[in-house]
Design a protein around this ligand. Structure first.
Ligand code: PRP
Length: 187
């Protein structure tokens, strides 16, 4: 995109790479969930772009719901603290859930959401993320479908933001340090 080309230091994952990988992930998911009906749970906000592209490659019966959750505290020994800002509209009891995330960083969000959905009686809970930053992990989480492992760099684009901006970039990029200073925070 031209409007912010001057802000980009490096394209880490191109839109072609993303598209190709999503097709591969979708094939795996279709094979694993043959004869089942999935409930796909997107974690707001960052997952919506990835989820939209993945969904359109999933040739199987599925429904979609979203949840907005903030994990806080760094207590990695218990279920931890999670604040649900927007809960699911659907019940997950007895259903096969696939959580879709844009990025897994510390793992805290997922480590708290997965048990929560299991406690609600989900038949199964699996996870799918576009990006995985294993070097940042504070807690072990099971990732069933992973697009790309990336180094510990702050990335934006393809749903990921800085101060709510850049989610519309079609690729995953690293910003130039000076560009952080120029982005207005809408909050
Ligand atoms: C990001 C991402 C995950 C979470 C992962 O969301 O979308 O939900 O952080 O981090 P963790 O593994 O350390 O828990 P963020 O809080 O940036 O909100 P956003 O999706 O609204 O941008």
């Amino acid at each position: 995109m031209d409007y912010c080309a001057q802000d980009i230091a490096e394209v880490l994952v191109s839109s072609e790479q993303i598209s190709q990988r999503i097709s591969q992930l979708a094939e795996q998911i279709i094979a694993d969930y043959r004869d089942k009906e999935l409930i796909i749970v997107g974690i707001l906000t960052g997952s919506f772009v990835f989820l939209a592209d993945l969904l359109r490659k999933l040739d199987l019966p599925c429904v979609v719901d979203f949840i907005a959750a903030d994990s806080y505290g760094t207590d990695t020994t218990s279920a931890g603290q999670i604040h649900i800002e927007k809960d699911l509209s659907m019940a997950v009891e007895g259903r096969d859930v696939l959580i879709v995330e844009d990025i897994i960083d510390t793992g805290l969000t997922l480590s708290r959401l997965v048990p929560m959905l299991r406690d609600r009686g989900a038949a199964s809970v699996k996870t799918c993320c576009l990006l995985d930053k294993p070097s940042r992990r504070q807690v072990t989480v099971q990732l069933d479908y992973v697009g790309f492992q990336i180094p510990d760099q702050f990335v934006v684009g393809y749903g990921l933001d800085f101060a709510h901006h850049y989610r519309n970039l079609p690729q995953v990029v690293v910003l130039k340090p000076e560009s952080y200073a120029t982005v207005p925070d809408p909050q």
